[in-house]
Write a protein that binds this ligand. Structure first.
Ligand code: G1P
Length: 289
C-alpha cells in the first residue's frame, strides 16, 4: 500500500525554548527565512505525501495560518506590485492538504499519534517530529518510503549516537539485514546509561502500519509518565516486524538551543540569497576565535 498521509505532532509546549516559545509556537521559530515547520512540510511534499495531519493544541493556530490562504496579504502584495512574493505565498498555501486534530491534554507522543486514528484510517502513514530537521540529497522520508515499498512493514529512521547520549532517545536493537537496514528485535525509550549495548537512536521519522493505533489505545504510561510511541512500537515489532533505517543525511535537533543554531548555519550556507556573504562572515569570525 502507498504511504499517502503524514502525521506531524505540534501540540508540545516547547519548554526548551522559553521564553521564545511563550507567545508563538516553537515550530514557528525561523531558520533563515522560514519557520522550522515549513522545512518539515516541504520534506513531506517532496516525498510524495498527499495530506498532513497536524496534532495541535491551544495556542498553535499560527501553524495552521501559515499554510492557509491569506487574502488580505495576497491583495496587499499585488497592489504593491510584489507579484513574485504573492505567488510564493499562494504556492505555500497550496503546498498540501492540511487537517488539524486537537490534543486536549499533553499525554505523550504515543497519545498524540493515537489522536490521528480517525483521519488516517486503515493505511500506512508517516510520522515526522518537528524538532528533527534533516539535510540530505534525497528527502529522509522519501528514502524511508523507498524501503517501505520493498518491505511493506513499519520503518523508523535511526542514527548512531555516542553511548552517553542514548538516554535522550528511543534506542533500537536489531540485526543487520542489508546496507543501512536492520530488523528490529528490541527497543526502549530513553534507556538508563549502560542498559543497552546499542547506539542506534530513533530520530523523528517513522512509517507505521495502522495496527499501531489499536496498540496505542491500550498502551499504559511509560517513561516520564507519558504514553510513549516507542513502547507501542515494541509491541508492533513483536506482532508484525519493523525495520530501522540508517538514513543518508545530517540531522539537526532544532528543538535544542545548540542544535537550532547549528541548523541555522547549515541551512544558511545553502540558501542562495545569503550563502556567499554568510560564509565570508563565518570565516571572519573564525579568525577571531
Ligand atoms: C521523541 C521520541 C524518541 C525519539 C526522539 C527523536 O523524544 O520519544 O523515541 O528518539 O523523539 O527526536 P523527545 O525528543 O520528544 O523527548
Amino acid at each position: 500500500m502507498k504511504v499517502r498521509k503524514a502525521v506531524i505532532p505540534v501540540a508540545g509546549l516547547g519548554t526548551r525554548f522559553l521564553p521564545a516559545s511563550k507567545a508563538i509556537p516553537k515550530e514557528m521559530l525561523t531558520i533563515v527565512d522560514r519557520p522550522t515547520i515549513q522545512y518539515i512540510v516541504e520534506e513531506v511534499v517532496a516525498s510524495g505525501i498527499e495530506q498532513i495531519i497536524l496534532i495541535t493544541s491551544a495556542g498553535k493556530s499560527a501553524i495552521e495560518n501559515h499554510f492557509d490562504y491569506d487574502s488580505a496579504l495576497d491583495h496587499a502584495l499585488i497592489e504593491k506590485g510584489k507579484t513574485r512574493l504573492a505567488e510564493e505565498m499562494n504556492h505555500l498555501s497550496n503546498l498540501i492538504d492540511v487537517v488539524s486534530v486537537r490534543q486536549k491534554k499533553p499525554m505523550g507522543l504515543g497519545h498524540a499519534i493515537w489522536m490521528a486514528r480517525e483521519v488516517v484510517g486503515n493505511e500506512p502513514f508517516a510520522v515526522l517530529l518537528g524538532d528533527d530537521l534533516v539535510l540530505s540529497e534525497q528527502p529522509c522520508l522519501k528514502q524511508m518510503i523507498n524501503l517501505f515499498n520493498e518491505v511493506q512493514e513499519s520503518v523508523v529512521a535511526v542514527q548512531r549516537v555516542p553511548q552517553k547520549e542514548t538516554c535522550q532517545y528511543g534506542i533500537v536493537e536489531g540485526t543487520l539485514q542489508s546496507k543501512r537496514v536492520h530488523k528490529i528485535e528490541r527497543m526502549v525509550e530513553k534507556p538508563a546509561p549502560g542498559t543497552t549495548p546499542s547506539d542506534m537512536a530513533i530520530i523523528g521519522r517513522y512509517i507505521l502500519q495502522p495496527d499501531i493505533f489499536d496498540i496505542l489505545g491500550t498502551t499504559t504510561p511509560g517513561h516520564g509518565g507519558e504514553i510513549q510511541l516507542t513502547d507501542a512500537l515494541l509491541a508492533l515489532t513483536h506482532s508484525r516486524g519493523m525495520y530501522a533505517y540508517e538514513f543518508e543525511g545530517t540531522r539537526f535537533d532544532a528543538g535544542d538551543k545548540l542544535g537550532y543554531l547549528k541548523a541555522i548555519i547549515a541551512f544558511a550556507l545553502r540558501h542562495p540569497d545569503v550563502c556567499e556573504n554568510f560564509s565570508d562572515h563565518l570565516k571572519e569570525i573564525a579568525q577571531t576565535l
